[in-house]
Design a protein around this ligand. Structure first.
Ligand code: PLP
Length: 399
């Protein structure tokens, strides 16, 4: 197979074939799992060349693995990046990327509504290493520019955001950030490279929780960081490897398998999510629906330009606040109450008391995470069944 033609393939073909060829030894089409931790070298010179990076190769399991390398190459190609690093979770990707670009005394700007774990890392662990953070409303470029300090090194964004699905202008924010020499890191978990490629809009680094759409089956915890080759190698050797956050061969294999159906899965997630959002928007028990595919979404036009489709997550506020939200969630029969997203099963959760519960209440409400907010990850079940489940559970409310 000729690797030089790969970037000319359309996305669905690239997803299946990029970075994967039949095994030279066995002719196996599915990539073999190589669980080895130790690798043998013909001479000390050979070992030295690999460990120094002069020659490509794997030398010890904590710094890389052949099966993981295959999935790293694939994810890098899908994101149009030079290189990718597979790590043990989405949080490992986020913390590794931030720690690679921030050191004691540095400051980072973080978009105001981010995943609860990212909020926790930036407010509790990062300050212990002398890194300071400010949350800023990244829909407002003037506010972002005003928040930049002489020691600001990173702009970290998530778009669409978790859980309020705020869409941020990656190109405009990258242009602004680069005028101040900031590194722009984008969490692309909600979109996957099938729907959005932040590097094409000027971002420097992409992070993923591969636990979600990339693997797509709810049976692997993993993360990826995509960016420039030198940055990724620095992270591999000086952050991920030293902290022991590597991705193992078995999970890499499962992600390679899950990735093959990324296009099929994501298209179905998007189809159902739009119909669910339209249903909810017309329901009398609903106060507000957050879905970038609805014309009522404040960044709908930007979403159309930046994203290929609008994703599988729909968030909504039910009238009646916390009590009503719990009643609806607890009345669902198909959707499962779960902290994750991007799986074949429809998953539902209450951000204020579940994924974002570590954020202090006042701040949470300021970020739009109120008691009545519900986040739904539309699964791959029949769309009508997902909607019927919601219709039935909403009928438990007085409206
Ligand atoms: N980023 C986003 C947007 C998420 O929703 C999550 C988890 O829900 C993460 C990162 C963290 O991923 P993981 O649970 O794989 O560490």
């Amino acid at each position: 197979m000729n690797t030089t033609v790969k970037r000319k393939w359309n996305m669905d073909t690239t997803i299946i074939h990029a970075a994967q060829e039949p095994c030279r030894n066995t002719r196996a089409v599915a990539s073999p799992i190589v669980p080895a931790v130790a690798y043998a070298f013909g001479s000390t010179d050979e070992a030295c060349a690999v460990v120094s990076g002069e020659d490509q190769g794997v030398y010890y399991g904590r710094y890389g693995n052949p099966t993981t390398k295959t999935v790293e190459e694939k994810v890098a190609l899908l994101e149009n990046g030079e290189a990718a690093l597979g790590v043990s979770s989405g949080m490992a990707a986020i913390s590794t990327a931030l720690l690679a670009f921030l050191k004691n005394g540095d400051h980072a700007l973080v978009t105001k509504d981010v995943y609860g774990g990212t909020h926790k890392f930036t407010t509790s662990l990062a300050p212990r290493f002398g890194i300071s953070i400010d949350f800023v409303d990244c829909t407002d470029l003037a506010k972002v520019e005003r928040a930049i300090q002489p020691n600001t090194k990173v702009l970290y964004i998530e778009t669409p955001s978790n859980p309020c699905l705020t869409v941020l202008d990656i190109q405009a924010l990258s242009d602004l950030a680069h005028r101040y020499q900031l590194t722009v890191i984008v969490d692309n978990t909600f979109m996957s490279p099938y729907l959005q490629k932040p590097l094409d809009f000027g971002a420097d680094v992409v992070v993923h929780s591969a636990t979600k759409y990339l693997n797509g089956h709810g049976d692997v915890l993993a993360g990826f960081i995509v960016g420039k080759f030198d940055d990724i190698e620095f992270m591999r050797k000086h952050v991920m490897g030293d902290l022991g956050q590597h991705l193992n061969a078995w999970d890499s294999f499962l992600i390679l398998r899950g990735l093959k159906t990324l296009g099929l899965r994501v298209r179905q997630h998007c189809r159902s999510a739009l119909k669910v959002a339209q249903f909810l928007e017309n329901h009398p028990a609903i106060e507000h629906v957050y879905y970038p595919g609805l014309p009522s979404h404040p960044q709908h036009d930007l979403a159309k330009r930046q994203m290929k489709d609008f994703g599988g997550i729909v968030s909504f506020i039910v009238k009646g606040g916390y009590e009503a939200a719990c009643t609806v969630i607890n009345s669902l029969q198909l959707a499962m109450i779960s902290f994750s997203l991007g799986d074949p099963e429809t998953l539902v959760q209450h951000p204020a008391s579940m994924t974002h519960s570590s954020i202090p209440e006042e701040e949470r409400v300021h970020f739009g995470i109120c008691g009545g907010l519900i986040r739904l990850s539309t699964g791959l079940e029949d769309t009508e069944d997902i909607i019927d489940d919601l219709r039935m559970s909403l009928s438990a409310l007085d409206f």
